[in-house]
Design a protein around this ligand. Structure first.
Ligand SMILES: NC(=O)c1ccc[n+]([C@@H]2O[C@H](COP(=O)([O-])OP(=O)(O)OC[C@H]3O[C@@H](n4cnc5c(N)ncnc54)[C@H](OP(=O)(O)O)[C@@H]3O)[C@@H](O)[C@H]2O)c1
Length: 233
């Protein structure tokens, strides 16, 4: 059975999601960009007729309003936009008060999720090895606005939660068209250990978001992608 999908943000990610959506059983019913959705005006009940879920990859200044409008209209949302997570409590309140559903993440790549699991294990192991210092580094294309990436910040926090309490030196580069590399390293006078994830394209993010969009149908609540990744079909 085909389901209706709205693509909110028809940029690099939105266009890829449009291309891959049929593989996941979705038919695109609505696509919005900055001019067709100024101040959320494109998210009307009429425009959303036949839409079962929305995938939101827009900009930090627009995402909260988009989630609020979609939640008010009962449309479950997969939100991939980054750089706005300090406002997550407002999104959570809007979604929960309407009994809606939201899956959010700074990174919808299943490969990155597994990378994060490995980093947490490494951080726990190196916590007891006091001669090792740690760093985190990432590079993305020049148009990515937030730096360091939400993913690198999350990884550093997970390392602390895993018991690595020493400082983690973080840095970021923005250049060219790079789809994204994240690296964590542990360094001592004797040796260096590096663990690196390199995205080959945006495809992994788009496929993860579409799997989340299939999962969210019929659900209610607010979930981070990593909480549901083991349940994805
Ligand atoms: N979570 C993940 O896995 C993941 C992966 C990749 C990227 N991202 C994030 O996703 C976001 C989008 O990335 P991108 O590379 O696709 O960016 P992009 O190519 O710049 O596309 C952004 C799109 O959002 C549209 N937009 C702006 N305001 C809007 C509004 N009010 N309503 C609807 N659409 C609006 C823009 O419209 P115009 O075309 O009219 O300007 C554009 O089409 C960024 O925050 C990025 O960091 C997340």
């Amino acid at each position: 059975m085909t389901r209706g999908l709205a693509i909110v943000g028809h940029g690099k990610m939105g266009r890829l999601i449009e291309q891959l959506a049929p593989e996941y059983g979705f038919d695109i019913r609505l696509m919005l960009n900055s001019s067709t959705n100024a101040h959320g005006a494109g998210l009307s009940g009429e425009n959303l007729r036949g839409v079962d879920a929305a995938v939101e990859f827009s900009t930090p200044s627009a995402v909260l309003q988009n989630i609020r409008r979609l939640a008010a209209l009962g449309i479950p949302v997969v939100a991939g936009t980054t750089g706005w997570f300090q406002q997550l409590p407002c999104a959570r309140a809007a979604v929960q008060s309407g009994g809606g559903a939201l899956v959010w993440s700074p990174n919808f790549s299943v490969g990155v999720y597994r990378f994060r699991q490995i980093i947490a294990q490494a951080a726990s192991a190196f916590a007891a090895e006091h001669e090792y210092e740690a760093w985190g580094w990432e590079i993305h294309h020049a148009a990515k606005r937030d730096a360091p990436s939400g993913t690198l910040l999350a990884v550093a926090q997970e390392m602390k939660q895993a018991g690595f309490e020493r400082a983690i030196n973080l840095s970021a580069n923005r250049a060219g068209a790079h789809p994204g590399t994240h690296e964590i390293g542990f360094d001592s006078s004797a040796d260096t250990i590096t663990i690196r994830h390199t995205a080959r394209s945006r495809e992994g993010f788009a496929r993860g978001a579409l799997r989340a969009a299939r999962w969210i149908l019929g659900k209610s609540g607010v979930f981070e992608f990593r909480e549901i990744v083991n349940e994805l079909g």
